[in-house]
Design a protein around this ligand. Structure first.
Ligand code: GAL
Length: 886
């Protein structure tokens, strides 16, 4: 018998059990039919927000989830990151940023569902695609194919995660938020490389996953041969043409690429929200039922988690929530409006069993109409109550011209490349190309507003505040530094040696130069060259302790002239990884470092192949292994003061202390004055930094949303460093005395490093009086009881600063025919003189405000002219202006 000391104890236990199982939802089932996922017996149209938990800190999670929910998401989606959860084979980590249970629970407590993509191969621009690097060392292993050692390891991890979720009662049938799982990831892209074994592997993976009894459907994305009981799904910029591989399965869009990732030395991609909204509206128009933003929040690749090679530390992705957790406007707001419009259509969308009614509206125009049976006849009469019995999507896929179309005896003007959503088959609730949401311009970081690109790009930099005048440095030895080095014959593969415990591996050799060689070079005015057949990602060549040159690339050839002296010379080549490969077949064979021959050419007797010689190996940096970046160990290094404004030489550690900026807002560090390295705050790695500059050409002055998007279409930052601002999570900072340590490879000026709060600085909006009215009116009782009709309602501009901020000034307001765009507005011929005072009255000193765009508010400044309202305002944080002090 269980021994309960008191009845109260027993009751407490029971209530705890009840509480846990009923914490999030009443237990519910998830299944699907050809039309949709069926949640608790009902088909649903679902919007999902991709957020990768380790790309934020746990203290950010609740806010990110809340902002996703407010933006209209029903679901949060994340991969499970194997390399983070099992850094050492058999030793699991579910703490801190890897506390996946906490993350899923937060999603559940916000009332959202969860899509867990276990993989365990995840791609995701994550180091090694999410595989722990030790997996390469499992004897006989071949990844992602019918290979027993791989399958065993994969199954062990998948079972571990499913088991953990079940134990924590996180599946829907337990009252938890998990409604959907995923096994593998885009295996279809590489399956043919594995022949028959690939097919066998997929069959096995499906059977294994289904065998775990998780009780919710499994997805395989981009897997046209997904077995019968597994859903296949689409990942792409557009998925409206996607057809699942069985008529019994619904159309899911697991990755809607609403932005793109960035590589060092590359430009920064942006996806216009009008085009993303178009793609999504088209997807639901043509029968889709589940759409996930990859990413809704991209975040940061802290530490050495970024994949690649060469993926940058920021994973902002031009997502609706930016890297720092602030809203990326107008993206977030426009998509929120889209979601609300789709939600209004949900009853009709789920009611249609087969195809919607298709109506040809023109050569490049079409409508899809979803009726709840019996409602078709009501099209011309107003609907009773707020029940919506007929919903329609009107598309104009012409990328150049707008179209005027006739739909059920009414005329609609459709801008180019746009969809109008008519939740009642009559009134336009939303058009994908008409953005009513505000634009926000941030103090630091890159924005996505093209219309106001200036010479300085879209950075609005305020007087910068240098972080410190006092820096200490510590010189990292060139070459071997510890007693953990070893010698070996020939060139060892980089990862086999480092096991990815560091980016760095030294290859050191002694070269003897004879008198004859020296005379030969002098006589011919020549110098010898070092040739390496192929390197990745970075190689730095040192001769007798001096840097001779560096090479950067993905399996590129190196030819480096070297100055050798008579007698013995030390040649030390530092091989560096910058994020392990995360995509492609045969990842286990990929490796790093050097391939082919390494030789010295130009000697008197020809060349000297040193590939088979005896080499000295040293893994990592001395400072790294001493942990001189940590609060506990930083004093163990022999630091010396750096004279003010002098520039440390290559391979130098730099440290300083600084006070944290006041307030709660996100913080950013400008490392633009530095070269390449890694940075730590109070022992936490904020990631790699690198001031590699993007090509001068290839960026667009303006970004035209019309026409099919690809990641090269709307890019910024040409001729500038790909990334210079780095996110410091608030939870890693204390009010004063924060330790900043950098390891700098090539040299830079630490005195020019600055810190800044990232906040919204300027907000703007422009809306015409013919814009659609705010969506919340659709569920308003007055509208559907006939007191007000949607078409009588006036459009509204809503302005909002970040949490805690207030509107401090109205820098422009004009109702009439204002010209220009944000940061560039001007009055037109028609202008209501009361514009500024009305906006000031409504907004000044507030966090948010709403203003109707109508003559009712401003009077009519010019009859029979179509008018608009344009506003530009300033946001101010309570802690604005406060900077790090020393
Ligand atoms: C997909 C992949 C994702 C991510 C994305 C690009 O193909 O499934 O994990 O890598 O591409 O951001």
């Amino acid at each position: 018998m269980l021994g309960f000391r008191t009845g109260l104890e027993f009751l407490l236990l029971i209530s705890t059990i009840l509480h846990i199982s009923a914490e999030f939802f009443k237990p519910f089932n998830v299944s699907y039919d050809h039309r949709a996922l069926i949640i608790d017996g009902e088909r649903r149209m679902l919007i999902s927000a991709g957020i990768h938990y380790p790309r934020a800190t746990p203290d950010m999670w609740a806010d990110l989830i809340a902002k996703s929910k407010e933006g209209g998401a029903d679901v949060v989606q994340s991969y499970a990151f194997w390399s983070g959860h099992e850094p050492i084979r058999g030793k699991y980590n579910f703490e801190g940023t890897y506390d996946i249970v906490k993350f899923v629970k937060l999603v559940g407590s916000a009332g959202l569902y969860f899509h867990l993509r276990i993989g365990p191969y995840v791609c995701a621009e994550w180091n090694f695609g999410g595989f722990p690097v030790w997996l390469r060392d499992v004897p006989g292993i071949e990844f992602r194919t019918n290979n027993a050692p791989f399958k065993e390891e994969m199954q062990r991890f998948v079972e571990k995660i499913v088991g953990l979720m079940r134990q924590e009662m996180l599946f829907s049938w337990q009252g938890g938020p998990i409604i959907l799982l995923q096994i593998e990831n885009e295996y279809g892209n590489i399956e043919s490389k594995y022949g028959q074994k690939g097919k066998e592997y997929i069959t096995w993976a499906a059977r294994m996953a289904l065998g775990l009894g998780a009780g919710v459907p499994w997805v395989m994305c981009r897997q046209t041969d997904a077995p019968e009981n597994i859903l296949d799904s689409c990942n792409a910029f557009y998925c409206d043409g996607f057809k699942p591989n069985s008529y019994k399965k619904p159309a899911l869009w697991t990755e809607d690429w609403n932005g793109w990732y960035t590589t060092w030395g590359g430009t920064v991609p942006h996806r216009p929200v009008e085009d993303n909204a178009f793609a999504i509206a088209r997807f639901f128009q043509r029968g889709g039922c589940f759409q996930n933003y990859y990413m809704f929040f991209g975040g940061t690749n802290f530490g050495r988690t970024s994949g690649g090679p060469f993926d940058i530390t920021s994973y902002d992705y031009d997502a609706p929530i930016d890297e720092y957790g602030l809203l990326n406007q107008p993206k977030w707001g426009h998509l929120k409006d889209l979601h609300a419009a789709i939600k209004l259509c949900e009853p009709a969308l789920i009611a249609v069993d087969d195809a919607p009614q298709y109506i040809w509206l023109g050569p490049k125009q079409e409508a899809h109409v979803y009726h709840i049976s019996g409602h078709a006849a009501e099209l011309n009469s107003s609907l009773a109550g707020n029940e919506i019995g007929c919903s329609a999507f009107l598309a104009n896929i012409d990328e150049h011209n707008s179209a005027s179309v006739k739909f059920f005896n009414r005329v609609y003007i459709l801008p180019p490349w746009s969809v109008s959503i008519l939740p009642d088959c009559k009134n336009v609730a939303f058009n994908t190309a008409k953005v009513g949401a505000q634009i926000s311009i941030k103090t630091v970081g890159y924005g996505s507003q093209f219309s106001n690109v200036t010479e300085a790009g879209n950075l609005v930099l305020h007087e910068s505040s240098y972080i410190s005048k006092t820096w200490m440095t510590f010189k990292e030895p060139i070459g071997a530094w510890g007693d953990n080095n070893f010698t070996a014959q020939g060139i060892l593969e980089h990862l086999n040696v480092t096991k990815d415990t560091s980016d760095y591996l030294w290859y050191i050799i002694r070269i003897h130069v004879s008198d004859e060689d020296v005379s030969f070079w002098e006589a011919n005015e020549a110098s010898p060259k070092l040739i390496i057949d192929r390197i990745r990602d970075v190689a730095r060549i040192f001769v007798n302790g001096q840097l001779a040159g560096s090479a950067v690339g993905h399996w590129v050839r190196v030819e480096q002239p070297v100055q050798l002296v008579r007698g013995y010379n030390e040649l030390a080549i530092l091989s560096e990884t910058v994020g392990l490969q995360n995509y492609g077949a045969f990842l286990e064979k990929d490796g790093a470092g050097f391939k082919g021959q390494i030789k010295l050419v130009g000697f008197k007797n020809g060349e000297n192949d040193i590939s088979k010689s005896l080499w000295l190996y040293q893994v990592g940096l001395k400072g790294e292994f001493m942990k001189i970046f940590s609060l506990e160990e930083h004093e163990s290094a022999d630091w010396s003061g750096l004279p003010y404004d002098s520039i440390p030489s290559t391979f130098t550690w730099c440290k300083t202390f600084f006070d944290g900026p006041e307030g709660k807002g996100p913080v950013s560090l400008d490392l633009g004055s530095m070269g390449k390295g890694q940075a730590w705050i109070n022992g936490h790695s904020i990631g790699r930094y690198w001031s590699l500059v993007a090509p001068k050409d290839g960026c667009q002055r303006t970004c035209d949303y019309r026409g099919a998007y690809n990641e090269n279409k709307c890019t910024t930052n040409c001729g500038k460093p790909t990334q210079s601002w780095y996110h410091i999570p608030r939870s890693w900072l204390q009010p004063s005395n924060n330790l900043l340590v950098l390891f700098e490879e090539t040299g830079g000026n630490p005195f020019k490093i600055s810190i800044k709060l990232r906040t919204t600085d300027t907000i703007c909006a422009k809306m015409s009086e013919s814009h659609y009215p705010p969506l919340h009116l659709w569920s308003h009782p007055h509208v559907f009881s006939g007191k007000l009709s949607i078409s009588d309602a006036t459009p509204e501009i809503r302005l909002q600063c970040d949490d805690g901020q207030t509107i401090s000034a109205i820098t422009f307001a004009s109702y009439g025919t204002p010209l220009g765009s944000c940061q560039n507005f001007a009055q037109g011929n028609c202008h209501a003189t009361n514009s500024s005072s009305i906006v000031f009255e409504a907004c000044q000193g507030k966090n948010s405000c709403t203003i109707s765009v109508s003559n009712k508010v401003f009077g009519d400044p010019c009859r029979s002219v179509s008018k608009a309202l344009a506003i530009e305002a300033k946001c101010v944080s309570p802690a604005n202006g406060s900077v790090a002090s020393f």
